[in-house]
Design a protein around this ligand. Structure first.
Ligand code: SF4
Length: 315
């Protein structure tokens, strides 16, 4: 799995941080735990290529130090239920069987019962974690049509394995998350996404999906020439604009149309699903969901409400 060189770093500085979000877009207030920086899965569109300078993978494995930072953040927060994740600068599960970094975190969150940790992945293996899982861990998978997995996420687990593993996590007592991110436009993508959502409806317990995110392909401008140079045709369909944050994204009209299609298809499987847009603006939110989500605080409020509905007084 890890063809890249792995280095162990002395833990210092802020490993637990606010997700940087994107200028002038609505952010969900996520907290990132940068346990691992770098990823061996090498998806063709991965924006880590633009952000991380090192060709190797760095692991911060001083877990007591990391947990003390998480605990500090939980103690300081009085208004909201915090959501943490380890999948921002890497894949949460790809190296976990080997390094077992998640187990002490799962234990900590299970005992603390005040916040959630999300393990977000494209690597469908949780057998080593199953005996330790508790309801304060969210196992999440990024999902794409198998055609995209075959062509752009070549080292990752196939779709059916991701969904079967998500089901395994549900059966072990966890809620799961799904991330349609990045949604990629290519000829015939509508049909493939319809089949993907049918598979989700068939394989998962829809009442035990805590959240689903929708985020369309976006990337720093410098990756554009990289995609052209590497002939990544799937990543270059559609019309792109450069946003205020410097990132390339599909034009707004196209984003709204595609989000609306996915939103409708998902809600047709289960009306109660909690679906959010990743890094979008108020007008896009309104046109897709019919909801007014003015700012970060409003979106964080929606997450609080969702979690309270599912956990009752147990958080
Ligand atoms: S799994 Fe995520 S972090 Fe890893 S290469 Fe793919 S997009 Fe990047």
């Amino acid at each position: 799995m890890n063809s890249l060189k792995v280095e162990h770093a002395a833990s210092q500085g802020d490993i637990v941080r606010d997700c940087p979000g994107t200028k002038n877009h609505i952010c969900c207030g996520y907290k990132t735990i940068d346990l691992i920086e770098g990823c061996a899965l090498s998806c063709s569109y991965c924006i880590l290529k633009a952000y991380l300078n090192s060709p190797s993978i760095t692991i911060h494995d001083d877990i007591p130090y990391v947990i003390s930072q998480i605990d500090e953040m939980i103690k300081k927060e009085t208004g909201h239920i915090l959501r943490f994740g380890t999948g921002e600068l890497s894949d949460s599960l790809a190296l976990d069987r080997q390094y077992e970094l998640n187990r002490p975190l799962i234990k900590f969150f299970g005992e603390r019962k005040r916040a959630l940790i999300e393990l977000k992945s494209k690597w469908a293996y949780i057998d080593h974690l199953v005996p330790h899982l508790n309801p304060y861990t969210i196992i999440s998978f990024s999902v794409s049509p198998q055609r995209i997995i075959d062509q752009e996420e070549k080292r990752t687990s196939p779709l059916y394995k991701r969904l079967k593993t998500a089901r395994k996590a549900q059966d072990a007592g966890c809620l799961v998350g799904l991330h349609f991110d990045p949604v990629i436009v290519y000829p015939g993508f509508e049909r493939d996404y319809r089949y993907l959502i049918d598979d989700i409806g068939r394989l998962l317990d829809m009442d035990r999906i805590i959240w689903i995110s929708l985020g369309m392909l976006r990337f720093p401008q410098k990756l554009f020439s990289h995609f052209i140079g590497n002939n990544r045709k799937n990543l270059l369909h559609g019309e792109f604009i450069r946003g205020e944050d410097g990132k390339m994204r599909y034009i707004k009209q196209q984003r709204i149309k595609i989000y609306s299609m996915l939103y409708r298809l998902l809600k047709s499987k289960n009306k109660g699903l909690f679906i959010y847009l990743c890094m979008e603006r108020e007008d896009v939110w309104r046109k897709v969901t019919g909801m007014t989500v003015r700012d970060n605080e409003a979106l964080i409020g929606l997450f609080d409400e969702r979690i309270k509905n599912l956990y009752g007084g147990n958080i």
